[in-house]
Design a protein around this ligand. Structure first.
Ligand SMILES: [Zn+2]
Ligand SMILES: [Zn+2]
Length: 222
């Protein structure tokens, strides 16, 4: 649960951040208190400081998003790191000095380290990640924008055939004429059929689920 992580963070900051920066560290966490992506990054960073030295996150930058997996640059007082984050967890993705692995680069569509550098330069002066990113304008699961199609497979996507949940209704079987889906090829075929039928884009007013950590009732550290 995000609210549990939010509480734990207070303790991690106590032990992981230099005394005189703890107030700054907590203020940034507070700013992003409603954002599971940011909270997961803070939690991952402060629970296992990547260089095993006291340090303080000063800025987050959202670099890329793909299939609900977000690539962040995390600038700290001492260094900069990459983190991969989704709704459930964040994972360390390497230090800026070492660069990203080939797997991560390819996942985000970069053939080489050079093409990544071409897009982001030396990673300085990038716009900080906004506490307003997670608003009603983005799908809370796959982070597509309002009016855009979800990442295929997103549980929020509405089925164009039955108005149910496209990721779990039975229309896939009916449309493909099978009793189970056993290959990516079948899934691709279903994707194509859904496009032909007209995939339903994200509409916050009708599709946004109640979000347990949003709003006024979120748990603040005591
Ligand atoms: Zn979505
Ligand atoms: Zn359906």
């Amino acid at each position: 649960m995000i609210s549990d992580k939010f509480k734990e963070l207070d303790l991690f900051i106590e032990y992981g951040v230099p005394k005189k920066q703890q107030r700054q560290a907590r203020a940034l966490v507070e700013t992003f208190g409603h954002d599971p992506l940011a909270i997961n990054i803070f939690h991952s960073f402060y629970s296992t400081l990547p260089d095993a030295t006291e340090d303080c996150i000063e800025k987050l930058v959202l670099l890329e998003q793909h299939q609900g997996q977000m690539l962040f640059l995390v600038k700290t007082t001492l260094s900069s790191y990459f983190y991969l984050a989704n709704n459930d967890r964040a994972a360390y993705g390497g230090s800026e000095r070492e660069g990203l692995t080939k797997e991560i680069l390819q996942f985000y569509g970069f053939g080489t380290q050079e093409s990544f550098e071409k897009k982001f330069g030396d990673l300085s002066g990038l716009t900080p990640y906004s506490p307003d990113f997670i608003t009603s304008q983005v799908c809370p699961v796959c982070y597509c924008l309002e009016g855009e199609p979800h990442e295929f497979g997103c549980p929020i996507e509405v089925c164009p055939w039955c108005d149910g949940q496209l990721a779990s209704c039975d229309c896939r079987f009916e449309q493909l004429g099978v009793t189970e889906i056993s290959s990516d090829k079948e899934l691709d075929h279903f994707h194509q059929l859904a496009i032909k039928k007209g995939r339903i884009t994200y509409d916050a007013a009708s599709q946004r689920p109640a979000y347990p950590t949003a709003g006024d009732d979120r748990t603040k550290p005591q």
